[in-house]
Ligand binder design. Structure first.
Ligand code: EPZ
Length: 457
């Protein structure tokens, strides 16, 4: 296997800057990409660290704006946080307030999940509502109802979720059924139950690998959680949790994103470390589309060029179904498939907004309700495009890698939130991609310069 590439220890771009990505399409990728730790594990495990009154040493943490922001939320609660490279050290022995900062929580949905750990530790929590975002309303009713079932009083007023345990005691174990297998609600309630009195059973729980990762993290601190990764999770409360040294699982959605990057550019690339079991629907769907994927060893995938891309049907589902976070990247891929594909987004009610931007690149997509009808076209052509959310932004970058000519992508604040140096990793795979400061006026092409070999930031 090619030696794994080590990324320069890039700093996160300042979020307010007006950087854009310029992409010159039509260049195949090659080599090996190193997959970072899972964003959706890192964020919730940071919330889980609040349960512990000792030191949490967390490894394989991705370099993301969202991780920085979550660190700021924890610091605002009086928690000691230090972040060096992919190591996070968190000590929540002295939480000084139960009131999370409004302006930060409303920007970062995952921070709301901390209501479970704060309530479990302090018996009281004031957590701003996370608010909706580009992909849907994203209510928190399942989180609230579960906490109420565990004995918490919860009132929502002025955009704040005020929760407390009457009499200042501990939460009580309860049997909770989730109307929908919500990842966040499962994680919030699992954290709340680790320090509750008695046993909690969560039925119709989310089965995502990140839920199991959180459970493994909590169990490494001395929690008693069984069944995580299945739809019935049992938690027996314990008095307190102890220090831990824990490594986060690889990011299956970043892996899927790079698999699509290789497929859309008809490339051969190596990806590691990966957990193939976390990617079963993604690998199966890529193979169905005609993309050869070989499992090389326990944690490495080799993707080979597809001869043709075949149209298919995708319906997003809770895990182990096809992940909603891979819907946008797959839509980009299917714009170049032979035939008509249908994509049904059944998890979020507003997660097809990338279709119109893909059409700007020459795709032929019609959206009706939660379904997208994608008619394959022989080629895409570069254009200025704007990202509306994290995975939509990834989809546009992937499409730009295949589009003829130059694509200018605006919306790096989305991308930098949830992907660890995506542009740097693509550059190292041979993509012609450049992060530039100035905002390119849409429709005005650059001076036709040849594709760059370095990134200017
Ligand atoms: C998590 O969001 C992920 N985020 C999302 O990833 C992911 O798309 C989603 O799970 C589904 O897999 C993090 O882990 C930080 P849900 P979450 O609760 O927990 C409804 C990305 O791009 N619902 O499983 O917010 C909800 O409206 C992000 O990395 C309720 O009705 O998702 C949605 O329709 C995007 N009431 C469905 O459940 C509730 O109380 C699934 O949402 C909670 C959720």
């Amino acid at each position: 296997m090619n030696p794994s590439t080590s990324l320069p220890d890039a700093k996160l771009a300042p979020q307010a800057d007006s950087s854009v990505l310029q992409i010159w399409g039509g260049h195949p990728l090659h080599g090996h990409v190193k997959i970072s730790g899972a964003k959706n594990s890192a964020l919730v495990i940071m919330a889980g660290a609040l349960l512990c009154s000792g030191d949490c040493h967390i490894r394989n943490v991705p370099l993301l704006a969202d991780v920085e922001k979550m660190g700021q939320v924890l610091s605002a609660l009086g928690v000691r946080v230090s972040h060096q490279g992919d190591i996070l050290d968190i000590n929540a022995s002295n939480i000084t307030t139960s009131k999370a900062p409004y302006e930060l929580v409303t920007q970062l949905r995952a921070s709301f999940f901390a209501i479970g750990s704060i309530l479990a530790r302090l018996g009281v929590a004031q957590m701003p509502l996370p608010g909706g975002c580009a992909i849907g309303a994203r209510p928190v009713d399942l989180h609230v109802r579960g906490l109420q079932a565990m004995g918490a009083e919860v009132q929502i007023e002025h955009g704040i979720c005020n929760a407390y345990v009457p009499g200042g005691g501990r939460l009580k174990g309860a049997k909770i059924y989730l109307d929908t297998p919500s990842v966040g609600a499962t994680e919030t309630l699992m954290m709340a139950a680790t320090l509750a009195d008695g046993e909690t059973i969560i039925e119709n729980a989310a089965r995502e690998p990140e839920v199991a990762d959180l459970a493994n993290f909590c169990n490494a601190m001395g929690a008693k959680i069984h069944g995580a990764g299945t739809s019935i999770i049992t938690i027996v409360g314990v008095p307190q949790l102890h220090s831990v040294d824990y490594s986060i699982i690889p990011d299956r959605i970043e892996t899927g994103t790079f698999l699509v990057a290789g497929a859309i550019t008809r490339s051969e690339i190596l990806l590691s470390p990966v957990v193939p079991d976390h990617l079963i629907p993604v690998i199966a769907k890529l193979r169905e589309i005609g993309v050869p994927i070989i499992e090389e060893g326990p944690d490495c995938l080799r993707l080979l060029p597809a001869e043709t891309l075949k149209a298919t049907y995708i319906e997003t589902m809770p895990h182990p179904g096809f992940p909603t976070d891979m819907q946008a990247p797959f839509m980009a891929l299917l714009t170049l498939a032979e035939g008509d594909s249908i994509i049904n987004e059944s998890v979020f009610e507003n997660r097809l907004r990338h279709a119109s931007e893909l059409n700007r690149l020459g795709a032929d997509i019609r959206v009706k309700g939660n379904a997208a009808f994608v008619r394959g076209v022989p080629m895409l052509s570069g254009a200025p495009v704007i990202g509306t959310d994290l995975r939509a932004s990834a989809a546009l970058v992937l499409a730009g890698l295949a589009a003829e000519g130059q694509t200018t992508f605006q919306g790096l604040h989305h991308l930098d939130r949830g992907y660890d140096r995506l542009d740097l990793k693509l550059l190292q795979l041979g993509a012609k991609i450049k992060r530039v400061q100035e905002v390119v006026t849409p429709g005005v092409t650059s001076n036709g310069s040849t594709p760059p070999v370095t990134i200017s930031t």
